[in-house]
Design a protein around this ligand. Structure first.
Ligand SMILES: *Cc1c(COP(=O)(O)O)cnc(C)c1O
Length: 375
């Protein structure tokens, strides 16, 4: 049915559907379902922190009142964490350098609104990469320019990137989205890519999405001091184990922040989520204590999978790995389908599979199930 009051371009889009785990869980209640398709932390928020959160809820959250829309306390906690984790001076970033959003997705949309709508700009993405930039840009009528990556190491084709920056007009590229380390491929930016970003003209906004920073332990946040056209995006959905609470943030020049604050919805973070994020910041050392195990498990998974010559397995600096099949008689779709049937949910994307590193037991099952499919 055509809805005559809807923008004609929107009608054609297919709604984003991140996973279908509900369906498989219902049909297969006898096997262990391992949800390894969205890169969340395999560990829940620890019981003692859940208890703290409940206490906060009972003692200081008023259900009838709007949440704190300034986010001031959380912003200053985040600023301290950003400074500390990048070994920067305590004064480098303050709450004025931070904006908080309902998941990083909200900030991606705010950035697009602030930089590109009304035909003012296109965005540049290097595929394969995180799909939300493209999805959100489309809904705002913003053109998307994609450039390829080198298949060996997924480094960005910088020649194509330069050509896009200088040759695309009407509208020109206004914002470049880069994930560091990239999803689904797991690689961090190399030196020539960073140099390329540094040399971009000042009228181009550089967004570095560091959703996996706590796993990669590498950040470009210190560049913000020198380059006011840069923004670093982060999230509480991955290493901080709070995907259910929808908290993202960005670090940027205070002038950029004040614009993003104009664009965001006033009460974008529910009080309960704000309280959870505060507890996560106060206890970040405890929460990040599990990162080391994830990294060890990831490297074990990579090593074991590489023993099978039917698979190509890339290195990863994040909490997931990316594999492709190099056997002629076996395609990725079939492996994914069989993995699903056996209970392991992974993400099929760009002719490969992105597999989240889970608990040791989950990873063991991942290996067993893949081996069984390949044998
Ligand atoms: C998971 C992820 C995010 C986090 O999104 P939220 O909306 O904060 O849950 C952001 N960027 C990338 C590249 C991701 O993989």
């Amino acid at each position: 049915m055509v809805l005559p009051f809807i923008r004609s371009d929107l009608v054609k889009f297919i709604a984003y559907n991140p996973f279908q785990s509900g369906r498989i869980a219902q049909t297969t209640n006898l096997i262990q379902i391992d949800k390894l398709d969205t890169n969340e932390s395999s560990e829940d928020f620890p019981p003692q922190l859940q208890e703290k959160l409940l206490c906060t809820y009972q003692e200081s959250i008023k259900n009838n009142r709007y949440p704190d829309s300034s986010h001031e306390k959380l912003k200053s906690f985040i600023a301290n964490y950003v400074n500390e984790s990048a070994e920067l001076d305590r004064q480098t970033f303050s709450s004025q350098s931070i904006s908080i959003s309902n998941g990083s997705d909200e900030l991606i949309r705010s950035i697009l609104i602030a930089s590109c709508v009304n035909g003012e700009g296109s965005i540049l993405v290097a595929e394969p990469t995180f799909s939300m930039y493209e999805i959100l840009a489309k809904t705002l009528g913003i053109p998307i320019v994609t450039i390829p990556r080198n298949e060996d190491n997924f480094a960005i084709d910088l020649q194509a990137a330069t050509s896009a920056i200088y040759n695309i007009k009407n509208p020109p590229i206004r914002t470049v989205f880069i994930v560091h380390p990239n999803s689904p491929t797991g690689n961090t930016l190399n030196n020539s890519e960073v140099d390329w970003l540094i040399n971009l003209p000042e009228n181009i906004l550089v967004v570095i999405d560091e959703a996996y920073f706590e796993f990669s332990q590498t950040t470009l946040v210190s560049k913000l001091v020198q380059y006011p056209n840069w923004v670093v995006l982060r999230t509480f959905s991955k290493a901080f184990r709070l995907a259910a609470h929808r908290i993202g943030y960005c670090v940027a020049n205070p002038k950029t922040i004040s614009i993003l604050e104009k664009v965001r919805l006033p009460y974008n973070i529910p009080s309960f989520s704000l309280a959870a994020a505060l507890i996560a910041m106060e206890n970040h050392k405890l929460l990040l204590g599990s990162v080391l195990q994830t990294l060890t498990e990831r490297d074990k998974l990579i090593q074991e999978l590489r023993l099978n010559i039917a698979l190509k397995v890339w290195d990863s600096r994040a909490n997931f790995i990316f594999i492709k099949t190099q056997a002629l008689n076996l395609d990725v779709k079939t492996i994914n389908l069989k993995l699903r049937e056996s209970g392991t949910l992974v993400r099929e994307i760009y002719q490969g599979l992105r597999i989240t590193v889970g608990t040791p037991a989950e990873n063991k099952r991942t290996l067993q199930r893949i081996k069984a499919i390949l044998s």
